[in-house]
Design a protein around this ligand. Sequence first.
Ligand code: PEP
Length: 345
Amino acid sequence: MSRRPIVGGNWKTNPEKVADLESKIANINACDTTNCDVYVCPSPLHMGLVYDKFTKGAKVTPQNCNFKGCGAYTGEMAADQFASMGIEWCLIGHSERRGEFGLPTPAESSDLLATKLAYLLEKGIKCVLAIGEPLPVREKGVEAVLAFCIEQLKPCLPHLDAAKVVIAYEPVWSIGTGVTATPAQAQETHKAIRDWIAKEKSAECAAAIRIQYGGSANAKNAPELSACPDIDGFLVGGASLKPEFAEIVAAIAKAKMPLSAQFEAVYKKSGLVPHPTIKGALATPATVLTRRFDEQYKKSGLVAHPTIKGAFVVSDAAWRDASPAGSAMAAVRASRPGSAKPEKA
Ligand code: PEP
């Protein structure tokens, strides 16, 4: 099954200055969204300044949400507020909200996140649900990794809907560290998550749900990660604040382009046209053929046959230049008194 790729930019609590927002917005607006969904998570403080500034279809996606709605919830954002700002997506479960801040703030539990997910979906908001293991778990091997991710996913299982939920698998040891999971590690984990969803939810949901990779993704490693069959996109932190974000989007769009679109792209570049008589075949266009013929004709030194229509003969000049006999005869002719000078090519 082909899944449309999706790439998100998580700006976290960046940039520092309002004046820098313009260039950050430009990085997102530089993305070609023809073959890839794009979303961006501005900092909560900047949300109101930027939510209507994305011109290429990038979806503004808050980094968090409450599960109670509007009212006396100091410091919170409510899904109920999203609708009037045209906000369709929300990110929840980022490891920095699950207790990886390195700050003594309360961690969000998997049960709380399941409550938020259910609430968001009920309000018609689609959801990016982040999961991922810390380094000590990764060091125990893929089975421990899967068990850890399952613990995070299990309470959300009843709400998994491929049309409305995207999973972002983000190994904690790879976030913001410059250490990227190898394509083999990422693919193995994505596949294990997908297989678990197939077993516990349904084969249809597993085949259709998009699983993003997150953790020091950048323009350099995106092509190789994009080639992995179970990686459907990226959740990008640091690189989403840089112009290279558009390259990450381009890399996965290219890797996951449906076959017919790939054919279209090659076809457009080729300059070929449908064959005039053979159905389904392609041919060099007549203009190219004529141009090629003209070039060859000019180089050949041939001239139109004086009497036989459509035929060509070697011109005097070409014959003279190409053969010793021709130049000898031309010299003899030229030396005869009263003869014209030999024709120049
Ligand atoms: C993230 O914040 O979700 C993330 C993946 O960050 P980075 O790309 O900087 O590792």
